[in-house]
Every structure is written in structure tokens, then in C-alpha cells.
Ligand binder design. Structure first.
Ligand SMILES: CC(C)(COP(=O)(O)OP(=O)(O)OC[C@H]1O[C@@H](n2cnc3c(N)ncnc32)[C@H](O)[C@@H]1OP(=O)(O)O)[C@@H](O)C(=O)NCCC(=O)NCCS
Length: 244
């Protein structure tokens, strides 16, 4: 990372999310994934469905997950502050949604009722069957092969991770990741994720992840490489490696 581009960032864990907090996080993630081709596949090419799909993940994480948010001065404010020396409260620029050992995205009826069921209720049958019969099983089987059959019980799963486009490459993602890593150290567990671009693989590799499995996801709306990555924390200092 170029030190000149680093921005001052504050990361906190949001313990209880109000409806307004959830709205703000959904808005942020819509901006993060606005032009993301893989996200377009997740909604069957109908971008009007994207807010509901994103909301379902945020609502589920608010119930059973771990929500880290990153704030930083807006870039124009940052420049102004350097001139007059004042500070400002900052804007939401990044978020990470993860699930600890024993918890998983949409694994309970309560989580699904909070958002996922609404998404399923409005999507066409073809997209529903893509999720149920193809993508869901592909991810589930792939993750077990990559991380071990009981990874859900033993790993911290990083489900959604994003920084606003104009704040990328400035250390926000790393600051969020260090907070997640602290969580994993406390739970003495590895961190696992799935990702879809070579750039992200480079970023995650710099953050200490290794690729455990690579595959391809297909749909009528495109096809994407898909990587399963894991970071095992060093024994002695922190995490315990899975048996897989
Ligand atoms: C992935 C993402 C969250 C990373 O956040 P970020 O704030 O840009 O990351 P950082 O600036 O903290 O960089 C983290 C590390 O990756 C490196 N990095 C950042 N952008 C990079 C790029 N485009 N290519 C290669 N390395 C890069 C940095 O140099 C840094 O490593 P270092 O500490 O060894 O220098 C962000 O790029 C993003 O929101 N991407 C779009 C959404 C997405 O794909 N999310 C992941 C879904 S799995």
C-alpha cells in the first residue's frame, strides 16, 4: 500500500443495529457492489433485486453475525481538515460481516425470515432454482472440501467485505480485517472466505490467506472464477488449524 494514500480510519464492532444502521450499511454495500459482475449473477441479471439480496445478508448478520464498520473522513473533508486543523466525525466507508464458529449465514429460520425469505419471494423460479439446486450446493460442497466438513462449527466465516470505491487501497480494508482477526484470535479459529476476482485473491493473499480450492461458477448471466481461501492463525499465538 502506498503510505501517501493511507487514510485515518476508525473501526468498531456494531453490537446492536437499529433499522437506520441497517439502512446505512445496505446503502454502503450497494455502492460497493454497484458494478460487480458477480453480484449481477447473484440476482439473475436484475439489478433491481440487488438491494433485497444485500439487505438479507445484513439482516442475517445483525441477528447472528459479527458486524464491523469502518469510518473515515470524507476525502474532501480530509483535505480541508489538513488546512484548518479541525476534525470531523467521518463517514461510513467500509463494512465487514462475518459469522463466528457455530453460526452461519441464513442458517436459522429467524435469519431467513429477516430478509432471505423476502428475496426468495420475489425472484423468478429460474433464479430460485439456480440458488437452490446449483449455487448453494456448489458453495456448500466446495467449502467442505476446501476447509473441512465441520468448518462451519470451527471457523470464522467472512461473508461480506467491502470498502467504498473511492476509499479503496488506503488501508480501510486492512483495518477492518485486523479487527476480524482479533475476533478469530479470541475464538482461536481460522478465518475462511470465498471470493471471485484475481485482484481480491491478491489482496487476501497480502492479508495472509491461502487458496484452498478454485472453481468456476456459471449462470445464464455470466460466469466467474471462484476461490475458497483460508487464513490459519499461527499456533502458539492464536488460532488452531482445522483437521481438514
Ligand atoms: C477487497 C476490499 C474490501 C479491500 O479493501 P481496501 O481498503 O481496498 O484494502 P487495503 O487498502 O486495506 O489493502 C489491503 C492490502 O491489499 C493490497 N491491495 C489493495 N488493493 C490492491 C490491488 N488492487 N491489487 C493488489 N493489492 C492490493 C494493499 O497493498 C494491502 O496490502 P499491504 O498492507 O501489504 O500493503 C476492497 O478492495 C473492496 O471493497 N473491493 C470490492 C468489494 C469486494 O470485492 N469485496 C470482497 C468480496 S469477497
Amino acid at each position: 500500500m502506498n503510505p501517501d494514500r493511507r487514510v485515518s480510519v476508525k473501526v468498531s464492532q456494531a453490537k446492536k443495529l437499529s433499522d437506520e444502521d441497517i439502512d446505512r450499511i445496505v446503502e454502503l454495500l450497494k455502492a460497493v457492489f454497484k458494478d460487480d459482475p458477480f453480484d449481477a449473477m447473484l440476482v439473475g441479471g436484475d439489478l433491481s433485486l440487488q438491494p433485497l439480496q444485500i439487505r438479507s445478508t445484513v439482516e442475517a448478520a445483525a441477528i447472528a453475525g459479527i458486524v464491523h464498520i469502518a469510518s473515515a473522513p470524507s476525502l474532501s473533508q480530509d483535505a480541508d481538515n489538513q488546512k484548518d486543523g479541525t476534525t470531523n466525525p467521518g463517514q461510513l466507508v467500509g463494512v465487514a460481516l462475518s459469522f463466528g464458529p457455530g453460526q452461519a449465514l441464513n442458517a436459522t429460520m429467524e435469519q431467513r425470515a429477516a430478509g432471505w425469505d423476502a428475496f426468495l419471494g420475489v425472484i423468478p423460479e429460474s433464479l430460485r432454482s439456480w440458488w437452490d439446486d446449483y449455487y448453494g450446493p456448489l458453495v456448500s460442497t466446495g467449502a467442505k472440501e476446501a476447509f473441512g466438513h465441520d468448518y462451519r462449527d470451527r471457523a470464522l466465516k467472512l461473508s461480506l467485505f467491502g470498502v467504498l470505491p473511492d476509499h479503496r487501497g488506503m488501508g480501510v480494508g486492512k483495518a477492518l480485517f485486523l479487527a476480524i482477526e482479533d475476533e478469530a484470535k479470541q475464538g482461536r479459529c481460522p478465518i475462511v472466505l470465498q471470493t471471485q476476482t484475481e485482484t481480491n485473491v491478491k489482496i487476501y493473499t497480502k492479508l495472509g490467506f491461502e487458496t484452498k480450492k478454485a472453481t468456476v461458477v456459471e449462470s445464464s448471466f455470466g460466469c466467474s472464477d471462484f476461490w475458497f481461501m483460508e487464513k490459519r492463525l499461527r499456533s502458539g499465538s492464536s488460532g488452531r488449524a482445522p483437521d481438514a
